[in-house]
Design a protein. Structure first.
Length: 317
């Protein structure tokens, strides 16, 4: 079997070998693939691995040898699954690999907002401490404890629940929203509407999928309902947020701060208003990327391929 990886750079920038997948077929890895190179690079492939390179119906129609697609991620919106199904091509994803990595990253953002240790370290190194008339100083207007504060979690799947577990360890109150209102957890939390989460939460973390209903859910109207001291975190999908509305809310002090690890178009476009927003932590889609998570992603992808080769595809979407 010929296996082609269309965009392998982010999964393996040099520290996460393809060894497990090399054992399953004739492997060709491209670090990155532009739209006009997809067919040329994949036309001989029996199996395609892709993270963000799209496989449209038109592209798929030009890949006569294709028998299986494995997405190097959880989200699979880049694949025309209907076109694959029409040809009997299974599509698998990796549904669970970054739960701990993303949840920990969420709390790194929350803790940085509340405590700002690196910021104060830089101030101390620049001389602010040695010239201070007192034994200590702080320049964080939101310097606070997390204990007793309310965390609202919108999207209460595996990652949302893991964020809740970390919040419970910090003795936070937890409000959660999910369309299904089903959760496999013994966490001390309470179900709430989105409006209640917006109005009552000191911190809000987004973990819901991108659907027509959730697209732009954090709008001007939603931001108006939040506390002026609230902090918003998005490690889910960029288009959940109306980015101009968030930038405006931050720039006028409507909310205290926000952190976005994802944006509507990635890499970020230079005209994105979030680049000029105040009190915003902006990171380049790295919440998932801990080496342990990437190794897990590699191993599960190998399992996906092996299961397909055995005639029993798993994690099909």
């Amino acid at each position: 079997m010929k296996i082609t990886v269309l965009d392998g750079q982010t999964l393996n920038p040099g520290d996460n070998p393809w060894t497990q997948i090399e054992a399953l077929g004739e492997l060709t890895v491209y670090d990155r693939t532009t739209a006009d190179n997809i067919v040329a690079r994949a036309k001989e492939a029996d199996i395609i691995l892709t993270n963000k390179v799209p496989l449209s119906a038109g592209t798929l129609s030009q890949l006569p040898n294709l028998k299986f697609v494995s997405v190097l991620a959880t989200g699979y919106n880049i694949i025309d699954t209907a076109a694959c199904a029409a040809r009997g091509i299974p599509v698998s994803n990796v549904p669970v690999y970054s739960t701990d990595a993303v949840a920990e990253f969420v709390f790194s953002l929350i803790l940085d907002f509340a405590k700002r240790p690196a910021f104060h370290s830089e101030l101390a190194k620049e001389g602010a401490w040695e010239s201070c008339p007192d034994f200590c100083f702080w320049e964080n207007p939101h310097f606070r404890e997390l204990a007793g504060k309310t965390l609202g979690i919108i999207g209460f799947g595996r990652i949302g629940q893991r964020v809740g577990e970390l919040a419970a360890a910090f003795k936070m109150n937890i409000l959660a929203h999910s369309r299904s209102r089903s959760a496999e957890t013994a966490l001390p939390f309470r179900w709430a509407t989105i409006d209640e989460i917006l109005e009552k939460s000191d911190f809000i973390s987004l973990h819901c999928p991108l659907t027509p209903e959730t697209h732009g859910m954090i709008s001007t109207t939603a931001l108006d309902k939040m506390k002026p001291t609230a902090f918003l975190v998005n490690t889910a999908r960029g288009p959940l947020i109306d980015e101009q509305a968030l930038a405006d809310a931050l720039n006028c002090g409507l909310i205290a701060g926000a952190a976005c690890d994802v944006v509507s178009a990635e890499p970020i476009h230079p005209t994105n208003p979030l680049l000029r927003a105040k009190n915003l932590t902006l990171t380049p889609h790295i919440a998932w990327a801990a080496i342990e998570a990437r190794r897990r992603l590699m191993a599960i992808t190998a399992d996906n391929i092996a299961a397909f080769l055995a005639g029993k595809p798993v994690h099909t979407v």
